[in-house]
Ligand binder design. Structure first.
Ligand code: KG4
Ligand code: ZN
Length: 340
């Protein structure tokens, strides 16, 4: 007997990307992302503007996702949406929209944890993509989070390390601000890092117990370093930008890899997956590839479109929960601080 096709609409609106995706079983039919350029002017996400932009984007983005998927909305089996963690005003837009549409279509509603989405994005079926076996370690690195998670199965996850202050993406973005780069600065620092000397300047790594991270000290060290050098040479930043970026990147990747090595030692698990915006970074991708030959690890690196926030990762969690009939009540609330 042929398996029935399950169609899931995923909706993501936790921060500054409005996204909708349609999945047929574990395969992506469409994944539409509208990012919000408005925040660049302010050097960071402005929550009130984000929620207003989500309100403008949500209808056209969902419409486009369904149209691109080549299905009719009456074919949808369920709607999955990001419940949290994220910005409350942003989450509310996706949550209310998902509820109304699911209610109107009389189909189940499925709430999804954004961080589980980043991790389970590895289970989207792509022809040439090898999925991680359980248990594996997932390092989620983004503008809002930095965690190492032991993933025992789809829904049993254990945070074994996390940041005690800033997220790694924030370290990129705030260092970029000090250097006069636009927001978000991560991609630009990464691009320049590949043209510079990673050992030109030395920044000390934070000393944090166990598997936890800290990035606020590094941010301050970079600020003081730049202020000191600019005093001596006002053109210091322009003249050495690629080397500064390469040195920052080298330090950050060193911090992430040190903790991963510790986590592998502690758990004996050598299958390592990454997720979140910073997993687009060329330095971490290369370091993980190198660790395959150097330490015998197997690394799982998502396609670029599944690194930054997107609804495909929400839809895949929706599909996995649909198979378990793990549906939400319609009084489910958006939750800004939702734990894995
Ligand atoms: O996952 P994401 O889209 O949103 C959050 O949930 O935060 O991550 C955005 C973060 C930003 O801090 C951005 O600077 C960073 O990911 N990012 C990068 C790169 N691409 C995006 N950081 C370093 N290198 C990159 N190539
Ligand atoms: Zn994210």
């Amino acid at each position: 007997m042929q398996k029935e096709n399950i169609y899931i609409l995923g909706i993501e609106s936790s921060c500054d990307d409005t996204s909708a995706a349609v999945l047929c079983n574990d395969k992506i039919l469409s994944n539409v992302v509208a990012d919000q350029k408005i925040h660049a002017e302010y050097g960071g996400v402005v929550p009130e503007l984000a929620s207003r932009a989500h309100q403008q984007n949500i209808v056209p983005v969902v419409h486009q996702a369904i149209e691109k998927a080549g299905i009719n909305k009456s074919q949808l089996n369920a709607i999955a949406f990001t419940r949290g963690p994220g910005l409350m005003g942003s989450l509310l837009v996706g949550t209310s929209f998902a509820k109304s549409l699911a209610y109107g279509l009389d189909i189940p509603l499925i709430d999804v944890n954004h961080m589980q989405g980043h991790i389970l994005a590895h289970f989207i079926d792509e022809n040439d993509y090898k999925k991680p076996p359980f248990p594996f370690l997932a390092m989620t690195i983004s503008g809002g989070h930095t965690q190492i998670v032991k993933v025992n199965n789809y829904f049993e996850m254990e945070v074994i390390g996390e940041t005690i202050d800033d997220a790694v993406g924030e370290a990129y973005d705030k260092s970029g601000k000090v250097l006069g780069l636009g927001y978000p600065a991560g991609p630009e620092i990464d691009r320049r890092a590949q043209l510079g000397n990673p050992r030109a300047y030395k920044f000390t790594k934070p000393k944090v117990e166990g598997l936890n991270f800290s990035f606020s000290g590094l941010k301050t060290a970079i600020l003081y370093f730049v202020q000191r050098e600019v005093k001596a040479n006002p053109n210091f930043v322009e003249e050495n930008l690629n080397d500064i970026c390469a040195s920052i990147q080298y330090t950050i990747i060193g911090i992430l890899m040190d903790k991963l090595k510790r986590a592998v030692k502690q758990t004996g698990i050598q299958h390592i997956a990454i997720g979140g915006g910073v997993s687009a970074n060329s330095g971490i991708r290369k370091a993980l590839k190198d660790a395959e030959t150097k330490h015998g690890w197997t690394s799982y690196i998502p396609k670029f479109e599944y690194t930054t926030d997107n609804a495909a990762m929400i839809a895949i969690v929706g599909y996995l929960k649909y198979l378990e009939k793990d549906f939400s009540d319609f009084d489910v609330m958006a939750t800004a601080r939702l734990k894995i």
